[in-house]
Design a protein around this ligand. Structure first.
Ligand code: TA6
Length: 319
């Protein structure tokens, strides 16, 4: 090689980049999967922007997904984290949303994948700071015409799914892009996986008032840790923003924290209701799940033109 003055010196060696999170598409681009180098993963259907799997680094699944869940876009997913917007349940006396299907149209719409971002793990940085965020969008512009007809408002939704090594954060931003106000409700309908529902206790709801939907929608107050011994369907309005802790056989397994979501719904269909749902399998799957659902569902968020509403949950695993 001819030596020449000022020849740039080759780097002695390119610093090895730390392994980066991987994001892949599958099933005809209908699913997005993100995997951290340490093994944690999350899988999201573009249908409903539904998280259908969240695994810890050892491969253990943390969400419950029915074995009969429809994953082909023909029905809201039974399990994972379906999104509830603009209405929780059905509210016949609310004119704007009275014509909408139960839990609204967000969970049964095809969302767009907006992109990914991952933590810049510098060479040699601790794996602990690794994370990857997936963003999804739904707006009146890409909403099914039948849904637009039932709810004729210009809106935008951005849903972010952030996977860290020991937690999953999902957040929803709603914007009113219209020239008139609209009301909405928002809920993250999370199906947490447990080994044995009869060994589960839920704390963090002490002294919270709740509507008991299996007892004539009576308003009650939670006096002790919640155990699930039958069909349970409660809409809690905790006074503060304390974490909801799910323990099993005395050991803490999940901590659920809320950001700007004033309600927590706790649901387990138990045996009869589970047997009555064609997409709930196995029939005794109610023993392995409990829904802890942060939301804003008592009353309505009224968004004026240009307003935005953001709510989020973080589910943290105990190692
Ligand atoms: O979040 C609890 C709940 O509102 C229950 O009343 C039950 O209806 C559950 O949602 C499931 O609703 P879905 O429409 O998914 O069958």
């Amino acid at each position: 090689m001819v030596e020449r003055a000022n020849r740039p010196s080759a780097l002695a060696s390119t610093p090895a980049l730390a392994p980066q999170p991987q994001v892949t598409f599958s099933d005809d681009n209908s699913r997005v999967t993100a995997v951290l180098p340490t093994g944690e993963s999350v899988e999201v259907l573009l249908y409903g922007a539904t998280v259908i799997s969240w695994k810890s680094g050892d491969g253990a699944e943390k969400l419950w997904l029915s074995e009969a869940a429809r994953l082909d876009g023909t029905k809201a997913v039974r399990g994972g984290i379906p999104l509830v917007f603009p209405v929780f349940g059905t509210v016949p006396n609310h004119a704007q949303t009275a014509k909408l299907p139960q839990h609204g149209f967000a969970r049964t719409s095809r969302w767009e994948f907006l992109g990914k971002s991952s933590s810049e793990s510098a060479p040699g940085s601790a794996a602990a700071d690794l994370s990857v965020k997936l963003d999804f969008g739904l707006s009146s512009a890409n909403l099914d015409p039948s849904a637009r007809e039932l709810w004729p408002f210009e809106f935008g939704l951005i849903y972010s799914v952030l996977l860290n090594r020991d937690s999953l954060t999902t957040s929803l931003v709603v914007t009113n892009d219209d020239d008139k106000p609209f009301d909405c409700q928002v809920l993250l309908h999370t199906y947490l996986r447990v080994k044995d529902i009869t060994a589960v206790e839920i704390t963090g709801l002490a002294d919270a008032s709740y509507v008991d939907k299996v007892d004539g929608a009576k308003t009650k107050t939670q006096s002790s840790p919640l155990t699930i011994t039958g069909e349970t369907d409660r809409v809690y309005s905790p006074a503060g923003d304390a974490a909801v802790i799910v323990t099993e056989s005395g050991a803490e397994i999940f901590s659920v924290t809320r950001d700007n979501l004033g309600n927590v719904v706790v649901w387990n269909p138990w045996a009869d209701k589970a047997a009555g749902m064609a997409d709930f399998a196995p029939n005794d799957g109610f023993k392995n799940m409990v829904c802890v659902e942060p939301g804003s569902v008592s009353g309505w968020q009224t968004l004026e033109p240009g307003d935005a509403f953001e709510g989020a949950q973080t589910i943290t695993l105990y190692s």
